[in-house]
Design a protein around this ligand. Structure first.
Ligand code: KDG
Length: 340
């Protein structure tokens, strides 16, 4: 597998019209889940991707597994829980970053929230060049947090760990969330975090450099700066330069890394693309997928950011979380264009 992702997915109900949850009369069923979103985008782009999770033995569980498999994602390690339901959530149309955004989760006690080191196939999770995780899992339950800690612990069979902070204040049952997210992020090799998210969670206000300052260990830190763009730092973290080598190793069909070594580009900024935004939810997952795809292909840091933006632009123009990324040859041509 190129990539394995692990996390909860939910039946997602998208509003039929703008307005408060209290006023919206009808919703369309879709699928949501940060980690399965990443797997779907990568599989749609031609990578091998597996999503690992637990869902209920119910219709929404069937729907999630069938839809995610429909993107070409391997779902063979998804387990059904006969006693716990599949999680569900409703959201409004407003932007996540604004006060107009409302989310109603019905996921406490869900099948995925009971994930643990004992009921998840750890070998299937680790059998990848990249394992993508997110801070949402840390918030679901103590057993999920233990699982996350086990997967991010140093070890000989550890794949490259990608971690999207995904701070969801509404999910945390304690005030420990920000501290736990920082702890887990420090154990990862590639970290994605929003500039606004870092301020909200950790009180870091000094921009990308200051965020890198609180996350010196990961080989790569990507700071997403909303519609302005994104900044990536590579090295001198714990795995400087090693991320690309580990991610591209043992892939017979992968072209040899063609860009300069990461240490030649210790950081890079790329502006975001201008798009007619329909809904921002899922754009961060798409960005992570694009960046990871380019990492797997051994592309230089700036090109990774460009692929992140290209994938995100596709998701931004769809009402749900997911939109297929551009075809690979098209994305490569677009990523090679110089702005201006
Ligand atoms: O990134 C999109 C996700 O936030 C959405 O699909 C729902 O996974 C989700 C969550 O837990 O918020």
């Amino acid at each position: 597998m190129d990539v394995v992702t692990l996390g909860e997915s939910m039946a997602t109900f998208l509003p039929g019209r703008p307005g408060r949850l209290a006023d919206v009369p009808s919703f369309d069923r879709a699928i949501g889940g940060a980690e399965s979103n990443v797997a779907c985008a990568l599989a749609a782009f031609g990578h091998t991707a597996r999503w690992v999770s637990r869902v209920g033995a119910d219709g929404f569980g069937d729907h999630l597994v069938e839809r995610i498999a429909g993107y070409g994602v391997d779902v063979s390690a998804v387990r059904r829980d006969p006693d716990r339901p599949t999680g569900v959530y409703f959201r409004t149309a407003g932007d996540r970053g604004t006060g107009a955004h409302e989310v109603a989760y019905y996921r406490a006690g869900s099948a995925a929230s009971a994930m643990s080191t004992r009921n998840v196939d750890l070998a299937a999770v680790r059998a990848a060049r990249v394992l993508h995780l997110s801070g949402i899992t840390a918030a679901l339950s103590d057993t999920c947090l233990d699982l996350l800690r086990a997967l991010t612990a140093p070890g000989p069979d550890r794949p490259l760990i990608s971690f999207d902070v995904n701070h969801r204040p509404g999910l945390w049952r304690t005030a420990e969330g920000p501290r736990v997210l920082l702890e887990v992020a420090r154990h990862a090799d590639v970290v994605f975090v929003g500039e606004d998210e870092a301020e909200q969670a950790w009180g870091v206000t000094g921009g990308p450099e200051a965020i890198r300052g609180v996350l010196p260990e990961p080989g790569v830190v990507v700071v997403k700066q909303g519609e302005r763009g994104a900044t990536a730092f590579a090295g001198p973290g714990r795995s400087a330069g090693a991320d690309r080598d580990r991610a591209t190793a043992s892939r017979p069909s992968a072209p040899p890394p063609s860009g300069p070594p990461l240490t030649a580009a210790p950081h890079a900024f790329e502006p975001a693309l201008r798009t007619a935004v329909v809904a921002t939810t899922g754009a961060g997952d798409a960005f992570a997928a694009g960046f990871l795809s380019a990492t797997l292909r051994g592309l230089p840091l700036r090109t990774r950011l460009r692929h992140g933006h290209l994938f995100a632009a596709a998701a931004l123009t769809a009402p749900g979380d997911l939109a297929p990324p551009p075809a690979r040859d098209h994305a490569d041509r677009l990523a090679a264009l110089d702005a201006g």
